[in-house]
Design a protein. Sequence first.
Length: 114
Amino acid sequence: MTMENLFGIDQHIAWFDLGNGVQRKVMSHNDQLMVVKVRFAKGAIGELHTHPHIQISYVSSGKFKFSIAGDEHILREGDTCIVPANAVHGCSCLEAGELIDSFTPSRTDFLDPR
C-alpha cells in the first residue's frame, strides 16, 4: 500500500448515483475493511438485502428506520447499528441524511460501480 492509499480525501472522491435518491462514496478501503458514505434523500429506500460482510452503520445526519433480521428501530444522528453477516437488512430514510458504513471484509462489488 502506498502512502496516498492511506487517506480518503472527501473532496477528491466523487459520489456515485445509485438512483432513487441514494448516492454512495467509497472513502477508504483495503482487503479487510471499507468505509463508505451513503447519502439518502427523504423517502429513499435501502432495499432489503443480504451480503456476507459484517456491517456497522453510523448515522451522521438524518433519521432512518432500519430493519435487521426482522427487528426494526428508528435511528437518528449519532446512533449506530451492526448488521451480522448474511442478515436480511435495509432502511428507509425518514429525514434526509447520511450514513457512514463500515464493512469487513471489503465490499469489492462497490469498487466497480458499473
